[in-house]
Design a protein around this ligand. Structure first.
Ligand SMILES: [Ca+2]
Ligand SMILES: [Ca+2]
Ligand SMILES: [Ca+2]
Length: 549
């Protein structure tokens, strides 16, 4: 079967029309650049035979992408079939050919994503202690007994599986494979990934170490070791691949304490598509202490996490910008380390697992809710800090597990707001015009004369002058309601009709300020001396004040 794929792929790829024009250019390492090349979906779709399974389609696409690279006289460093992309080292000549090809959607530099620097904070205690952040995010107020129904995928430096305060059984993982082999996922030569894992899921009640947001040991964990033990960075294309590794392992949430500058359309597309498939992506805002956008956190479909200290104030290093969405404890966070012990360090890397851990904790109690529901619930119930409402330092505020739980207990969309009824009005003669300033709901107006309306902001003309009790009742979808009554007075005294007793304007008359005339059905008052200035033409001389009766 494989041979057949290759044969049919080869034929269809010739139709892509990129290869033959490239000749025999030889890549020189010093003269090449690592790029993500995304093919147009129609170019790839046209090559697909019918009646293939998803796995077969993925393999077929991967082979097609490899051949695409071969036809360019280079080798695919990595194929990314889910987004129709391939990672290549290309020469300037090859790049020019790619950019000319009608089958290529985008050619972009493969961006670097870093393990953020962490800041030393202090010494760890000997007996089990609850890090302050666990209480700050209300983790102990929500049970994680059902957490086995959720899986968090940690993209980081690995997982020190032998640690006494971390689960070993049932945890799965991947290394970065192929040309970028990062080593075994259950070895962590750095410590960063083990620290992140401890915040999410360090064991509680075992008399030692720390306590994670999900302390029962039930939470599913999948580890993708995107960073090797010596390196401090990975490519964006490694993250794209890691998303697929997380999904293939059945994960619901990614926790990414990593980032870098420079957005990538291919990387964004990968996160967007994964989000549409139901994954919730959570990443660090960055430790630059500036307003720069860090990626992947600053893609719309990735939650960007800021860091606060134990006093709930923004950490000085925490990046602030319009993409910051929520905050978590990230200063002096004590957690597990890769030497088997514990370490207290600071960074948005430490805030991120508080949020991903809470997302898993809350979601495990409402597994029928969507990723978007969970995201909305965390945002709606976050503890507001700084400027009122969402701001660039804290996003919606500090994540709150119990508040989000209570919100979702009323439904995946949360509870309806408590109704508040209010309105204002103006009158003109017998007519009253109402302006509704209530909360959202259904409205019932009674005008006090036997008439009613269900419009949001109705107007009503009374039959006779008088003072009426106008009532507005607003009801939310849960049936809760509020009402308000105001006394509205209308009269039948209308503006006196114009032109009564006035002479018609005359072109030969000299008029002074204050003179009044009728002209062409309207009453005009003179605001300047004039003669022969027609009232309908000279608005600087005549002011129209009323229509003639
Ligand atoms: Ca413990
Ligand atoms: Ca974002
Ligand atoms: Ca705020």
């Amino acid at each position: 079967m494989k041979h057949n794929f290759l044969t049919s792929t080869k034929c269809t790829l010739l139709a892509l029309g990129v290869a033959s024009a490239l000749g025999t250019a030889t890549a020189h390492a010093s003269n090449t650049e690592r790029m993500i090349v995304t093919l147009k979906s129609e170019a790839m779709a046209n090559t697909l035979p019918v009646a293939m399974s998803n796995a077969e389609i993925t393999e077929f696409k991967a082979q097609s992408l490899s051949l695409f690279a071969n036809d360019l006289n280079t080798t695919a460093i990595k194929t990314l079939p889910n987004i129709n992309a391939v990672v290549l080292e290309v020469t300037p000549e090859q790049l020019a050919q790619l950019e000319k090809s009608g089958d290529v959607e985008t050619v972009e530099v493969d961006p670097k994503r870093y393990v953020p620097e962490v800041i030393e904070a202090g010494i760890s205690p000997l007996a089990e202690s609850t890090p302050y952040g666990i209480n700050m995010v209300q983790a102990k107020l929500v049970s994680d007994a059902a957490a086995a129904n959720r899986k968090v995928c940690i993209m980081d430096t690995g997982y020190h599986r032998a640690h006494e305060d971390l689960v070993s059984a049932g945890v799965t993982g991947d290394d970065g494979y192929g040309s970028n082999d990062t080593g075994l996922w259950y070895n962590d030569g750095n410590g960063h990934g083990t620290h992140v894992a401890g915040t999410i899921a360090a064991l509680g009640g075992n008399g030692t170490g720390v306590v994670g947001v999900n302390p029962s040991g039930n939470l599913g964990l999948h580890i993708v070791k995107v960073f090797n033990d010596s390196g401090r960075w990975a490519y964006g294309s490694d993250l794209i691949e890691a998303i697929n590794q997380c999904e293939a392992a059945g994960s619901h949430i990614t926790s990414m304490s990593l980032g870098g500058s420079g957005s990538s359309t291919a990387e964004r597309n990968a996160f967007d598509q994964s989000y549409q498939r139901g994954m919730l992506h959570i990443a660090a805002a960055g430790n630059g202490g500036n307003s720069a956008l860090s990626y992947p956190a600053s893609y719309n479909n990735v939650v960007s996490v800021a860091a606060v200290d134990s006093s709930e104030n923004k950490a000085s290093f925490s990046q602030y910008n319009s993409q910051v969405e929520i905050a978590g404890p990230g200063v002096g966070v004590n957690s597990t380390w890769n030497n088997g012990g514990y370490r207290s360090i600071s960074g948005t890397s430490m805030a991120t697992p508080h949020v991903s851990g809470v997302a898993a904790l809350v979601w495990s109690n409402f597994p029928n809710c969507s990723n978007a529901d969970i995201r909305a619930a965390l945002n709606a119930t976050a503890k507001d800090k700084g400027a009122a409402g969402r701001d660039t330092s804290y996003g919606y505020g500090i994540v709150q597990a119990k508040a989000a739980y209570d919100y979702l207990a009323q439904g995946c969309g949360g509870g309806d707001p408590v109704p508040v009824a209010n309105f204002s009005y103006t009158t003109d003669g017998l007519k009253a015009t109402f302006s509704n300033s209530s909360t959202v709901g259904t409205y019932n107006w009674t005008f006090g004369d036997g008439n009613s309306s269900s419009q949001s902001s109705p107007s009503h003309t009374y039959a006779q002058a008088g003072t009426y009790d106008v009532t507005l009742k607003v009801t939310n979808s849960a049936g809760d309601f509020d009402s308000i009554v105001k006394q509205v007075t209308v009269d039948d005294v209308v503006t006196p009709p114009g032109c009564t007793g006035l002479s018609a304007w005359s072109a030969s008359t000299f008029y002074r300020v204050g003179d009044k005339v009728s002209y062409n059905g309207y009453e005009y008052h003179s605001i300047w001396w004039s003669r022969g200035a027609r009232p309908d033409v000279f608005s600087n001389v005549w002011r129209k004040v009323a229509k003639c009766n």
